[in-house]
Design a protein around this ligand. Structure first.
Ligand SMILES: C[S@@+](CC[C@H](N)C(=O)[O-])C[C@H]1O[C@@H](n2cnc3c(N)ncnc32)[C@H](O)[C@@H]1O
Length: 309
């Protein structure tokens, strides 16, 4: 069997396990996977291949991965009920997120496993990777020895794609506050002599004297009490001519989401207030509906931005 068949049979198996536990949800996932395999056959094969390799290494069955994924879906439903009732996220600040989520391996493990599979099963996540990958080609000349910083890599897919696109990169530093996330990223990305370094750190305690050509901040802003402070810090870490890639969702209740963005305009305004110029942007809603209906129903909108100083 070739790798494509292996990957697709892994995805089929996962959907089947999800369907045994939550039939309705599995229909949505199944439709998403059909869309992705039709539109991005090579790319889904590559990223889903990494996911299945990761779980195989840990000897985690697709039954277990499906259970972890549905635990996250249930958490999101609970947080969603609170959000739609009170118009705010339940988790009040990043200290609480750290105490109840990042520092708790038993929560972080199922959460990060679930987040990892969502990257290949949710259209808005996958579309974001495709936009990111396509845009990378336009940022730096092909053979640039780019220096890269990834903050809060979670699964590490943004670093994986960046490293692949800038194959002549000279340094990739990866910073996360959680051991679980760092371990997952290490498995996905690995090492490359001394070019890749991992730091377990709160980004606010990270060394200010380092400078980078490309900084990745994927889905971290909404985890912070004061998102502007991190943007101010990152703008200091950016080399002249460098780019900062930021993604963040609006209206996205989750266990550890603290800062609520309600519109894309709010995110763009925050970049502006932090002295950053947005040079490219995109957004993908989490549900298939018109933009008007999605905005009216406060559907999660994943925003992606390339910014410069
Ligand atoms: C939702 S995950 C993002 C994963 C991935 N970057 C993406 O775009 O999907 C958020 C990550 O940020 C990390 N994180 C949250 N606050 C942080 C902080 N203050 N410093 C460093 N990492 C942080 C969490 O541990 C987690 O790995």
């Amino acid at each position: 069997m070739d790798t494509t068949q292996n990957t697709f049979s892994y995805l089929r198996d996962l959907v089947e396990q999800i369907s045994k536990k939550d039939k309705l949800h599995s229909k949505k996932i199944s439709a998403n996977i059909s869309f992705l395999t039709e539109h991005y056959p090579e790319q889904i094969n590559e990223l889903a291949g990494l996911v299945s390799m990761y779980f195989d290494n840990l000897h985690l069955t697709s039954d277990r991965v499906a259970s972890d994924y549905l635990k996250m879906i249930n958490d999101m439903r609970t947080e969603g009920l609170y959000f739609y009732k009170y118009g705010k996220y339940r988790c009040e600040n990043q200290r609480i997120a750290n105490e109840y989520v990042y520092s708790k391996p038993e929560v972080m493990t199922y959460y990060m496993n679930a987040l990892l599979v969502s990257q290949i099963m949710w259209k808005h996540h996958f579309n974001m990777f495709m936009y990111f990958q396509k845009s990378l080609k336009t940022l730096f000349p092909d053979d640039s020895a780019v220096t890269i910083l990834d903050i809060g890599p979670g699964h590490g897919f943004f670093s994986y794609l960046t490293k692949k696109e800038f194959s002549n990169y000279s340094k990739l530093d990866i910073v996360d506050i959680s051991d679980t996330s760092l371990e997952m990223t290490k498995t996905i990305i690995g090492y490359d002599a001394d070019k890749i370094r991992y730091f377990k750190k709160d980004i606010f305690e990270y060394d200010d004297s380092n400078k980078y050509d490309f900084i990745v901040l994927g889905e971290v802003l909404e985890h912070l009490d004061e998102p502007k402070q991190i943007l101010l810090k990152l703008s200091k870490l950016l080399n002249p001519g460098g780019f900062l890639w930021v993604t963040t969702p609006t209206n996205s209740p989750a266990l550890d989401h603290v800062h609520l963005f309600t519109t894309k305009e709010e995110v763009l305004a925050l970049m502006n207030e932090s002295g950053l110029r947005t040079v490219h942007s995109c957004n993908y809603f989490a549900e298939d509906m018109t933009e008007e209906a999605a905005l009216k129903n406060k559907i999660t909108n994943l925003i992606g931005l390339f910014c410069q100083n």
